[in-house]
Design a protein around this ligand. Structure first.
Ligand code: NDP
Length: 244
């Protein structure tokens, strides 16, 4: 794929699922990577795998709810590789539940990770990219930014927010590219964050039809591979057999 080789790409939430698959694919295409998440044992293993195939990768323990962590993460790209071409705001959680269950702590966590985490990523990457005069921010939203289901009100709210923030950012910048990727149901560990039995039951039929994390990685790689004057602003990738 032309347009990826040599790019310095930071990915949050690279310890599993979509982030992990994206790191693997972009490394294969010759990107230099900085990968972050909280589970550093997973990151270390992935970094070793990528390095053993000749890839260039650094990893860092990052909690995206802490602005200082995210700043440090973007700074690592600069200190190790001298630039930051792409920042993929991928980290996310999905503890679904009915609003009446009042899982207020989980609402807070979803807002902190899915919305504030993305904003911290933008805050960390934007000054670097503005200084460079180029850059690309890829935000992972969801099909849940397009449709609302019972049990998903807060999760959908966070993903609608990611979509809105992404398009606002796109409109405010004429030299930086902004892409929002909205996956449909994808095989990953995302449903493990559900603690509410009703939430778990509600998600089961959706998760019966999934696509692989690699399918989303390919969509991200497609957006990244475009020339600087082409902004793939939004991509929805669904399982063919899914009605949602
Ligand atoms: P996974 O649960 O497999 O991956 C989520 C990643 O986010 C993990 O690497 C996890 O790492 C990281 N993460 C969670 N909380 C934090 C935090 N506080 N700080 C840093 N990293 C964090 O799920 P997916 O791969 O599916 O999720 C990736 C993105 O895709 C999410 O934004 C999700 O909402 C979105 N998405 C997924 C869909 C699906 O069906 N799978 C559909 C639509 C959108 P760690 O725990 O090590 O920190």
């Amino acid at each position: 794929m032309v347009g990826i080789e040599g790019k310095v790409i930071a990915i949050t939430g690279a310890s599993s699922g979509i982030g992990e698959a994206t790191a693997r694919l972009l490394a294969t295409e010759g990107a230099r990577l900085v990968i972050g998440a909280r589970r550093t044992d997973r990151l270390e293993k992935l970094a070793e795998e990528i390095s053993s195939r000749g890839g260039s990768v650094r990893f860092l323990g990052v909690d995206v709810t802490r602005r200082a962590d995210v700043e440090q993460f973007a700074a690592l790209a600069l200190s190790e590789f001298g630039r930051l071409d792409v920042f993929v705001n991928n980290a996310g959680i999905m503890p679904l539940s009915p609003l009446a269950a009042l899982k207020v702590d989980e609402w807070d966590s979803m807002i902190d990770v899915n919305v504030k985490g993305v904003l911290y990523g933008i805050a960390a990457a934007l000054p670097i990219m503005q200084e460079q005069g180029s850059g690309h921010i890829v935000n992972i939203s969801s099909i849940a930014a397009h449709i609302v289901w019972p049990m998903s009100a807060v999760y959908c709210g966070t993903k609608f927010a990611v979509r809105a923030i992404s398009d606002g950012l796109r409109q405010e910048t004429d030299r930086l590219r902004v892409t929002v990727v909205s996956p449909g149901t994808t095989t990953s560990e995302l449903a493990n964050t559900i603690t509410d039995p009703a939430g778990r039951d509600a998600v089961a039929p959706f998760r019966a039809i999934t696509i692989s994390a690699e399918a989303i990685a390919r969509a991200i790689a497609y957006a990244v591979s475009q020339p600087d004057d082409v902004d793939v602003s939004e991509i929805i990738v669904r399982p063919t057999a899914s009605p949602f």
